[in-house]
Design a protein around this ligand. Sequence first.
Ligand code: CA
Length: 225
Amino acid sequence: MNVLIVEDEQNLSREIGIFLQKENYTCDFAGNRKDASEKIFVNNYDFILLDLGLPDGDGMTLIEEARNAEKEASFIILTARGATDDKIAGLNLGADDYVAKPFSLPELHSRMQAITRRRHGLKKNTITFFDFTMDIPNRSVRFGDKEVTLTKKEFDILHYLLLNKNRVLTRLQLTEHIWGNILEDDYDSNYMDVHIKNLRKKLSAFAETDWLETVRGIGYKVSMK
Ligand code: CA
């Protein structure tokens, strides 16, 4: 998943970035309101971690901007401890959660995971699909008691397709989600096709994969009830 970290305290921003990258997130950074606003407008993030006190203004307005531009990113406000008004105002504007500084990085991460579950209607950290089970925290996929060995990218692609089941994802959407924001000139849709092909091959060693559909000229879809 890709994350924009909007924070002017560079050390904190870097620390969050390093932690989340280890957890397989792709991170982008903005140190002021203007930069954040531009990035939010151009890109599609899964999460935006938002400090409110930015050098060129209040971060709160970014939530409204993103919502007006119909961006789907989940916002988590990074707030000073006890700033209750900020929390309420942020949640009212459509933020998904907040953490009070200083916060622990694992806490931030578990809140992000909880938001992902809520967004996609999951009750737990595993997804069962056909005879496979995906364990999200352990980043593993099993077929019965057998492990399906996937690369990081294959796991992330499958995870994202499963979260968005029955919805066609374009190659570009998938690519943005997995690799973060890419320049259009560097974009090669063949990468995604190769990963999907490998993914199908690995899964079909265990069972049929006709549910992992190619939507001609558009992208991919996981079809399931
Ligand atoms: Ca600040």
